[in-house]
Design a protein around this ligand. Structure first.
Ligand code: AVI
Length: 318
């Protein structure tokens, strides 16, 4: 039996997500729905914005510390990347490792993965690449046939873990602990908590790209579900909250809205909002505690001079 989702399944899931958002308190909708083709393009644009510091800060941390990160990882390691995308951050890491056993890029999009892997062969010389199409936020298994290796490294850059709930982050870390085994390591990028003066412009840039990214969710729903949501009637808002420290993205109704979905009418009053994304901001200690509950021990940390972002290396056992 095929487990691949059809376009109809995806449309049904999106419709259900919208109905849930309209009927449940908080009006939350999974941030996964932000990433249609256009949403992914807009996210790429966000990573280039002057006010969106995480991507370039993390790339800088890797560039400045590549030799010490590679030394800490050691030899004959199988690198398993969660949400590999273009593998942009992984190629320098794999090339810096003295001897690595292979690379397992994991991505939810089969097309994107196929394209990315075909471009890797020249960049990674003879390194075995074993791509895996999977949704890493659910339980997944590694490919059955893997090259010989002495340890496994989970690689999860980009602070994407911050977009999961605490429970989601915990179960992902636990699942990876099992998959990566006793000799397992985990290298992860986390965005550090900081002043809202820095955080808010990162998620509400003057160029309006993040606003377009957020509102594109409504464009996506109009197209996919054949709706007539008035895009202009929703304003993008980035809000900073503490305890836990996080940025939330909202689409706020600027006037009362009536939405008809599958023949049913729902209302969203002026000032109410769809909550479209949470981006958790951690301290190194707070994240290390969360990881410890999933069995991971913090071994090394690397950060930038302003302590905006951190790259952490964990061991599966003491
Ligand atoms: C993908 N993720 C780590 C981004 C973040 O910073 O939480 C998504 C994003 N949302 C708005 N800007 C960027």
């Amino acid at each position: 039996m095929s487990t691949t989702k059809t376009a109809t399944d995806t449309t049904t899931d999106l419709q259900q997500a919208l109905v849930d958002a309209l009927t449940q308190p908080g009006h939350g909708i999974s941030s996964a729905w932000l990433y249609d083709q256009r949403g992914s393009e807009l996210f790429e644009e966000i990573t280039e914005l002057p006010s969106y510091y995480p991507t370039r800060t993390e790339i800088g941390i890797f560039a400045d510390n590549l030799a010490s990160i590679a030394k800490a990882i050691g030899n004959d390691c199988l690198v398993v990347e969660l949400g590999s995308g273009s593998s942009r951050k992984t190629v320098p890491l794999l090339n810096a490792l003295d001897r690595s056993a292979g690379y397992v890029p994991i991505d939810i999009s089969a097309d994107y993965l196929r394209e990315a892997v075909s471009g890797l062969t020249t960049k990674l010389k003879d390194l075995p690449v074993i791509p895996l199409v999977a949704d890493f936020t659910t339980a997944f298994s590694l490919p059955p046939s893997l090259p010989a290796h002495s340890s496994r490294l989970g690689f999860f850059p980009g602070s994407t873990i911050g977009n999961l709930t605490a429970a989601g982050a915990q179960s992902l870390l636990q699942h990876c602990h099992t998959l990566l085994g006793q000799e397992g390591m985990f290298l992860i990028g986390i965005d550090l908590d900081k002043s809202p003066d820095v955080l808010i412009p990162a998620y509400d840039d003057p160029e309006g790209v993040t606003a377009a990214f957020n509102r594109n969710l409504l464009v996506h729903m109009n197209r996919e579900l054949e709706l007539a949501i008035d895009i202009e009637a929703f304003a993008h808002e980035a809000r900073y909250y503490t305890d836990p420290a996080r940025i939330e993205m909202h689409l706020v109704a600027v006037a009362d809205q009536t939405l008809t979905v599958a023949g049913q009418t729902y209302t969203l009053a002026k000032g109410e909002s769809f909550h479209t994304e949470t981006s958790h901001k951690y301290t190194v200690e707070g994240f290390a505690q969360l990881a410890k509950r999933a069995g991971w021990q913090l071994r090394r940390e690397w950060s930038d001079s302003e302590q905006r972002f951190a790259v952490l290396l964990f061991d599966a056992s003491k």
